[in-house]
Design a protein around this ligand. Sequence first.
Ligand code: SF4
Length: 345
Amino acid sequence: MTVLSGYTPDELNEALPVLLGREIPSYRGRQITEWLARGVSSFDGMKNLPRSFREELALCSAVYSTGGQEVLEAADGTVKLVIRLHDGEKIEAVLLKDRAGRKTACLSTQAGCPMACVFCKTGKLGCKRNLLAAEIVEQFLRLKTQDNGLSNIVVMGMGEPLLNLGALRKAIAVIEHPRGLNFSRRRITLSSCGIIDGIDDLARSGPLLELAVSITSADSELRSRLMPVNITNPLDKLKKALLEYQKTMKRRVTLEAVLLRGVNTRVKDASALAAFARGLEAVVNLIPWNPVPGLLFEGKELEEPPDDEVRRFALDLEERGLKITLRHRRGRGVSGACGQLGSPE
Ligand code: SF4
């Protein structure tokens, strides 16, 4: 069935006559677009459409494709939505509020994830499937209904966005459309584990977004053990792709490092990360690991690094000339922090 949430206003105007098999005045498309932007998820809620028109639409289309949602709220203001898809799969979307007042929507692009990073709960699920554009847009709309003041989007939830770039491009076209949701793509960050073909594709064909890449360890042998993506997308080629991306897009990139106690926070890890960052216009975002019980690295439970270990590592990187940001621990109360997404079945 056709799902209207995944259409830009222009696409909607083209689709409606085809769907209904007759001419439709263009103001009807505009009216539907306005309701969608207000987060109305059913034809019944579109009050200025004639009842007969709503009934006709409902026979051949749906407003949303996703079904029910569970809303979980943490004491720090984080809201996690567990959203049921039409085929019974579940995905999660998170609203994060930081101390600077930013309200960030964290969106998923896959149900599960095939990349199997050892420190990530989603990676344990395997990949069920790619999300459709409408399923990505609806996460944004549902979070917007929770809080209408969303200031940023990070595509950093469940899944590897560069493995579902086609649907993500369509979703962003809907989210940024000036006659629709009108959300600036300059406030959208895509976070990848480092898929080289995807970075090349982004550099060639856009859209121009803020790009973050999870490096976590710039020691190739250790990175392969923590992030299997490194076996087929090695650091030297990844760096070349990032340099090329910067040349084309003229944008700074963010290098992310998930910090694991005693694993990747040693002096030689700082040295390797600094060497990787050399030549790139980059900021390094340090993310102290958010605990997920039962995640093992070579037979041992992973542990979050204590504050003094994080501080020492950050200082070491700064002394080597790197620009650092430190991710504050938010969203843990609802398992909505980075690496914690993926509800038990
Ligand atoms: S960190 Fe990202 S890429 Fe890695 S397994 Fe988790 S969701 Fe997938």
